[in-house]
Design a protein around this ligand. Structure first.
Ligand code: ZN
Length: 62
């Protein structure tokens, strides 16, 4: 099964009940764009997506 992305914060997750970042429980397999954030404070993408924790995120989640 394809990994899923959190609808709230776009974190990529696999088989979890709640998102490790925002504790949300709504996930979608319909996402596009894979971005790995290592340094959220210095990453422009992280700022644009309001990412505060390092990890893998989807650019777009449906
Ligand atoms: Zn989340």
């Amino acid at each position: 099964m394809k990994e899923q992305a959190c609808r709230k914060c776009h974190r990529i997750v696999s088989k979890v009940d709640s998102c490790p970042v925002c504790k949300g429980s709504s996930f979608s397999a319909e996402w596009k764009g894979y971005v790995v954030v290592r340094d959220p404070e210095r990453s422009q993408i992280a700022r644009a997506l309001k990412i505060k924790q390092e990890g893998s995120y989807a650019l777009r989640v449906r």
